[in-house]
Design a protein around this ligand. Structure first.
Ligand SMILES: Nc1nc2c(ncn2[C@@H]2O[C@H](COP(=O)(O)OP(=O)(O)OP(=O)(O)O)[C@@H](O)[C@H]2O)c(=O)[nH]1
Ligand SMILES: [Mg+2]
Length: 282
């Protein structure tokens, strides 16, 4: 899957991270629990000054719990701390607050509030996480990438300030698998995607790894079918039909991707710890 986005806008967001990293004591890199490897910014350690880096896995409610556990073990080796969160229910927030209290600080800076920057790919849940930590809707959120446009300082308590930042994607996506993973979870604007191509890739991936997810949701066995046949069957089974009864594959493609994103195909993790290319990033 090939994805193109606006390098100018992303370069600006990357600059914003670099400039503001000078002002903070630590950085939370928000990762998506469904794609922990693909949502890691390979350049984050070069962009940021050397600072404690915490990994927070959002969307843990939509990811495979066993895989999330494994991923946390992998990430703990590489980050100051790694925590999984369901931002919607608040599960995991207490643990994160405990880690934030353990962040070491220079003596000269210990009188001012602790400052944390929240960074990560678009639409991963950075602003939602901040709202959860603060306990009210202080940052604007939305179910599409590019909602947060500039930086925003928010006060969590007298002794803690948090910086919300716009989502960043790196200019060169390492592999087609990574581009697919980012598109599947909604980190890339849908307007920049060929939804039928994305749905086709998703169906091929699920057929290979989680064939039951299609059978349970749509009531047919996709074994042996090609991508077009799978989408056509989804269209027919879901009532995505044009006038005259012909399958509306474009509509079915959107429905299928939406079903995946909203967890109706089950709790699925697309990146496996230990997959060759993922290990090299960790
Ligand atoms: N199910 C689920 N949805 C989540 C979780 N975290 C965030 N979301 C949803 O993900 C969408 C994006 O959340 P935002 O907080 O706006 O994401 P962001 O990273 O700030 O996005 P940008 O500002 O566009 O980069 C919203 O619809 C949230 O409700 C989570 O842990 N689980
Ligand atoms: Mg945001």
């Amino acid at each position: 899957m090939r994805v193109q986005w606006y390098p100018g806008q992303m370069a600006k967001a990357t600059r914003l991270l670099a400039e503001n990293s000078k002002l903070v004591d630590a950085v939370i890199e928000v990762l998506d629990a469904r794609i922990p490897a693909s949502s890691r910014n390979p350049a984050i350690r070069q962009i940021l000054e050397i600072k404690p880096l915490l990994a927070v896995l959002t969307h843990a409610d939509l990811a495979d719990p066993g895989m999330t556990k494994k991923w946390l073990q992998v990430l703990q080796k590489d980050y100051f701390a790694a925590v999984a969160l369901n931002v919607k229910s608040g599960r995991g927030v207490k643990k994160l607050l405990l880690y934030l209290r353990k962040i070491p600080r220079k003596k000269s800076k210990s009188k001012r509030p602790l400052r944390i920057m929240v960074a990560g790919i678009p639409n991963v849940g950075k602003s939602s996480l901040i709202n959860r930590l603060i306990g009210r809707k202080a940052a604007i959120i939305g179910n599409k990438p590019g909602v947060t446009r500039g930086k925003q300082w928010l006060k969590l308590a007298d002794n803690l300030e948090i910086l919300d930042t716009p989502g960043v994607l790196w200019p060169k996506i390492e592999s087609e698998k990574q581009a697919f993973a980012l598109a599947a979870v909604g980190a890339v604007k849908d307007e920049l995607l060929d939804m039928e191509e994305l749905a086709g890739e998703l169906s091929a991936y699920l057929q290979e790894k989680f064939v039951e997810s299609i059978r349970l949701r749509y009531g047919f066995d996709p074994s042996g079918m090609n991508r077009a046949e799978v989408l056509k069957n989804i269209a027919v089974r879901s009532g995505c039909l044009r006038r005259g009864g012909e399958a509306d594959v474009a509509l079915a493609a959107r429905l299928f991707v939406k079903d995946f994103r909203e967890g109706r195909l089950g709790r699925l993790t697309l990146d496996e710890p230990g997959e060759g290319e993922d290990e090299s990033i960790c």
